[in-house]
Design a protein around this ligand. Sequence first.
Ligand SMILES: [Zn+2]
Length: 252
Amino acid sequence: MPPVEAPRLGTDASGPLEAAAPPEASAPEASLPAPTLASAQAPDAGGSSSACNEQAPQDFLVRGHFLKEGPSGNARAIQYRTDTYGYFKGFGHAGPDAKPPGANVVTTTFMGLSVKMHRKVVPALACVEQEIRTACADHPYTAHALAGIRYKNTYRGGEVTNHAYGIAIDVDPAINTCCGCVPPWNDAPACHRTAKNEYDRMAMPECWVHAFERYGFYWLGHDVLRDTMHFEFLGDPDRIEKTPEGQDAGTP
Ligand SMILES: [Zn+2]
């Protein structure tokens, strides 16, 4: 296998695995009710009445940033995710009561499809869907396959995929490929034709990317992996929902 073009720690052992049988299908699942956001379902003329605060990904969690810092940057990102989403065995320092991310995974829906995600990020996903349904109406696209939590790490070299924490979602891996990953992903015809940018190499509308980005998700199409199917929530989960007063619920 050719190495993935990624700096330092970044070598994905096998590329995204989601086109194969989804590993999450056979994994344990917590029987927790999915959080709901009443106001996220309301008819909306724009993002301003969203139930969620707009937020950007936290820099220290963005792969392209923490890899530049070497092992300490990767360790920091792992520890934050361990503390926030759960202990992925073998990575980071777990407290005595630490549970795996899977203990807080729920089945939710996104654009009419079922997907298993960490319960903390479900409200953000609902707001992304609402945004897509309003802002992307002129760019019709029907998703056919999603992949959420994964119980095996698909990175090597010390990184942990955000799928392992239940905070990453892949949209239609078969038609939104990963040109910086290993075969067969980088063999896709879309990787070998002339294109203006990464948006031009996928079937999903660019508009969807911006909808995700509005609510704290990072699109891995920006990364050297060029993983266009993949979004990961790198915002602050405590800031997702607006307070009843409409104020930002974040820390001062
Ligand atoms: Zn992915």
